[in-house]
Design a protein around this ligand. Sequence first.
Ligand SMILES: *Cc1c(COP(=O)(O)O)cnc(C)c1O
Length: 382
Amino acid sequence: MQKRYLMAPGPVAVAPDILAKMAEPIIHHRSPQFSAVLTRVREDLKYLFQTGNDVLILASSGTGGMEASVVNFLSPGDRAIVVRGGKFGERWTELCETYGIEAVNCDVPWGNPVAPEDVARALEANPTAKAVFVQAHETSTGVKHPVRELGELVRGRPETLLIVDAISALGVYELPADAWGLDVVVTGSQKALSLPPGLALVSVSQKAWVMAEKAKLPRYYFNFLKERKAMEKQTTAFTPAVSLIMGLAEVLRQIREKGLPALHAHYRRLAEGTRAGVAAMGLELYPKVPSEAITVIQAPAGINGQDVVKILRDEYGITIAGGQAQAKGKIFRISHMGHLNEWDMLVALAAVERALSRLGGKTEQGRGVAAAQAYFARPAGN
Ligand SMILES: *Cc1c(COP(=O)(O)O)cnc(C)c1O
């Protein structure tokens, strides 16, 4: 059997000790043992989100957390500002439209971060907007949006929430919910937390809870008020994803043990080492402001990025990701998220070099790997 590497931006590789935790016999969710786990997980989630507020745990993929963040805070006919610069920004717009929310789109060319002035202007033109929806990291382009600056814009507006899709950002780099005024922060299990897909985690500020009490959009399964009530009794409104939560408990325990800065440093190191290799290969990054979650590389002229992805997957057993929609064929994306280390990054670079050479690229084999090696040979923290 071929050895396989998963280096796509979700789902990601899961460490064996975490897989083993999730394979343990199921415990009942209405039991003192599970309540104890849940209570600890909720405390550890506050540490991860850097918040004093509640973090809700939902059994769904990340998009469920996004949908929940629309239906719990808005009412039919409300207006919301959406930063739209990629596939996931488009998802916010689609969700708003599905629920009869008027989306005022702040369109951003793919590969660019939003200019805070543009959001400020949209807020001035639409003072009744109930929310600003944004991605912390737009995974389809690899761009980091300036959510800290957006937090400043929204902070003084008691009737407007900043709702952040941090599904591929939280845990990767500094994103303190309370300090930056991020009212609602959504993440998912299958990205930076290195778990299987199936959990959405959402932090809710006090300001957002006030809005939740007034919101009139219909909701049943994703009802935050119901979840909050259940939380007071150390339980969940519906059957939680027990095994995933056992895995999450262990991941969070390890994060707390090493500290959030160590997790951020890990991702920075993988991203910087990989990028040293990419630069040495004469390739360019696609995003103007790249995140440490993934490295998004422009396919060299005359080479289709999809062919690189295909050769890696079908011949080398390595799954990276291509581009979506308008970026299809133009880019390929290597994830740093998941159970990966610097040796895996060398594997990815070596594979990309070989595939590019197969496709007629001009890069000399080994250049990228050598540059990444030189980077990784430096002790961590330098
Ligand atoms: C992966 C991702 C999502 C979608 O999450 P699903 O788990 O596939 O529903 C949404 N937003 C961003 C930024 C993502 O990276």
